[in-house]
Design a protein around this ligand. Sequence first.
Ligand code: SAM
Length: 202
Amino acid sequence: MDLEHVGQAYSSVADLYIELFGSSQQVHVDDLAFIERHLSNRSGTVLDLGCGPGHITGHLRSLGVDAQGIDLVPEFIAHARTAHPNGKYQLGSMETLDVADHSVAGILAWYSLIHLPPEDLGGVLAEFRRAVAPDGALVVGFFDGDEVSAFDHKVVTAYRWPVDELSERLTRAGFTTVEHVRRPSDGTHRPLAAIAAIAADV
Ligand SMILES: C[S@@+](CC[C@H](N)C(=O)[O-])C[C@H]1O[C@@H](n2cnc3c(N)ncnc32)[C@H](O)[C@@H]1O
């Protein structure tokens, strides 16, 4: 699936997405705690890649983190700049980051790798590994599943990942998993998972 298609799909529902999900109060308390546990203690820039409306970037900034948001969708970046005027938000793709090698303290990819076809994941993780400093952190939120499989996400096709398999992909890309959490379906939401990892020694 090409990036343009993903960007256009989110553009077409941007207002609704912002209304439904565009505040840190709408993020599950356990998810915010997980993100904070691994990213709020970072000194240096933390990139929120696929930041959407910028609410988690803004939340991290409120904790003193130099968080910066990047997203494909102009409507999200415009909203983020207005809603979080002290934030730094840029239109762009996580596939090519405009940062020096090993220069960022952490990366958050919260439900933003979900639309990547599995064969494209390695290239994006290699770009993340290029960007993060030694011991830099990576936090990923995603849909949990028994096997890698596509499903009809409300915005555009997405992929479920088993935690072990995504963790293995992170290892191959040069990250070491330090914590993972899983939240089974509650009947309304799909099973969810998150992994926190650090850049492994090379
Ligand atoms: C499910 S939303 C998650 C947004 C936000 N992280 C949140 O938790 O609400 C997925 C986001 O990832 C963005 N995205 C997908 N692929 C991207 C890419 N290659 N580069 C930058 N952003 C991307 C989409 O535009 C969308 O805003």
